[in-house]
Ligand binder design. Structure first.
Ligand code: ADP
Ligand code: MG
Length: 394
């Protein structure tokens, strides 16, 4: 991607880039919809990245005095954004033709306001993180833009502040009320490690994931269900309401005993949503311990349980995702699969499968063929080791 970004930059702007930065997508191994409940998540950065190559604007670029111009390989579009502070979200929202620039504008504005202004620049974005596929291309974009602001302003941001700033950009400029997981792992991921993140303290614990005998397989179901847009906010609201009824700050502070004792006060929907979050938090902490102990059978079992909970209680899966998990379960440990679950926000996107490395090629063919036979969809499948977080490439 780096070479692609640089060569595209030279082609478009007729000169070499001065700065090259990047940030990865991520796969969440376990801990879904726990982040905004102050709970635990266990993601790893993947070896797929969003790279930005940029250089100071020149008069021939035709930009205003506080503007930047960015081309993305994802859509072959050019967007013009402002590098000045004070750009209000409402000024960005009407830009329906270039909605992707909202993530960039939000990050640039908040960076400028935090003392990390970018000078006017021209840039190319090259990414191999699939957009909208549940591997967090949005965080990869925000974090790479914030990293660009760091390198341009010649200063390093406090890492936690940087993650929170990127999250705020997504909240306020892209109108997506996401948790903090994606920005944390994209910024702070480390090779050979997954990250157990306590979303209340914002303190990440890096957990080695180095056993060469196991691999992480990511299968993109290619399904993007048309949502009304209310599913994610609805889930968030149900969790908040359940926490209020239980008298806790967030569901992270609740136990199954507390939930069952209050069952009469909750609607059936609030009960099952809260049950998912409470049990998922426990599974996530257990899975990180299993990973530390190289206990892949245990970790795989927790992944299946997580999927079942997302399917039946949080109700965020779909038939295609469920079918991929059934395929994994049918193979079993003897067939090289320890466990599998949907990953990401839900209703489509990817599944993550914990597999034996020596079975990877057979399993890729198995999943591809069986899924295609059932759905007629060609599912992209790839293996990733835990990759590095955001980086200044040159
Ligand atoms: P996910 O983060 O799971 O990929 P989101 O819906 O949160 O899905 O974010 C995807 C959106 O982020 C895209 O529709 C686009 O607006 C923006 N985006 C992400 N990466 C890029 C990129 N490389 N170029 C342009 N837009 C991007
Ligand atoms: Mg996203």
């Amino acid at each position: 991607m780096k070479a692609q970004a640089i060569s595209q930059f030279v082609k478009l702007y007729g000169r070499e880039p001065k700065w090259v930065v990047s940030a990865p997508g991520r796969v969440n191994l376990i801990g879904e919809h726990t982040d905004y409940n102050d709970g635990f998540v266990f993601p790893m950065a993947i070896e797929r990245r969003t790279v930005i190559a940029a250089a100071p604007a020149e008069p021939s670029d035709g930009l205003g005095e506080s503007e930047a111009k960015i081309w993305s390989n994802a859509n072959d579009q050019i967007g013009v954004v402002s590098v000045a502070p004070g750009v209000a979200p409402v000024e960005v929202a009407p830009n329906e033709e270039l909605p992707w620039t909202a993530y960039i504008q939000g990050t640039l504005t908040l960076c400028a306001e935090a003392g990390f202004p970018a000078q006017p620049f021209v840039a190319v974005i090259a990414s191999d993180v699939p957009l909208g596929g549940g591997l967090s291309s949005s965080a990869a974009l925000e974090v790479s833009v914030a990293t660009l602001c760091e390198v341009i302003s010649g200063k390093t941001m406090d890492p936690v502040k940087k993650c929170l700033l990127c999250q705020k950009a997504e909240h306020e400029y892209a109108f997506m009320p996401c948790g903090i997981m994606d920005q944390f792992i994209s910024n702070l991921g480390q090779p050979d490690h997954a990250m157990l993140l306590d979303c209340r303290s914002c303190v990440p614990e890096m957990v080695p994931l180095t056993d060469p005998a196991v691999s992480i397989l990511v299968i993109d179901s290619k399904v993007k269900h048309k949502l009304t847009g209310s599913e994610y906010p609805d889930r968030r609201r149900a969790c908040k309401e359940a926490a209020e009824i239980l008298g806790v700050k967030a569901l992270r502070d609740a136990t199954m005993d507390m939930l069952n004792a209050a069952k009469d006060k909750l609607t059936p929907t609030q009960y099952i949503r809260a049950k998912h979050v409470i049990t998922e938090d426990a599974r996530t902490v257990e899975a990180a311990a299993a990973c530390k102990a190289n206990d892949w059978v245990k970790m795989g079992k927790l992944m299946y349980e997580s999927h079942l909970s997302m399917r039946c209680e949080f109700q965020i899966t779909c038939t295609e995702l469920d079918y991929l998990i059934d395929l994994a379960y049918t193979k079993g440990v003897d067939g090289g699969v320890y466990g599998a679950r949907m990953t990401g926000g839900g209703f489509g996107g990817c599944v993550v499968v914990l597999v034996k490395t020596d079975a990877v090629e057979d399993l890729k063919a198995y999943f591809f063929n069986e899924y295609k036979a059932k759905t007629k969809i060609d599912a992209p499948i790839f293996v990733s080791r835990p990759g590095k977080g955001s980086a200044i490439e040159s």
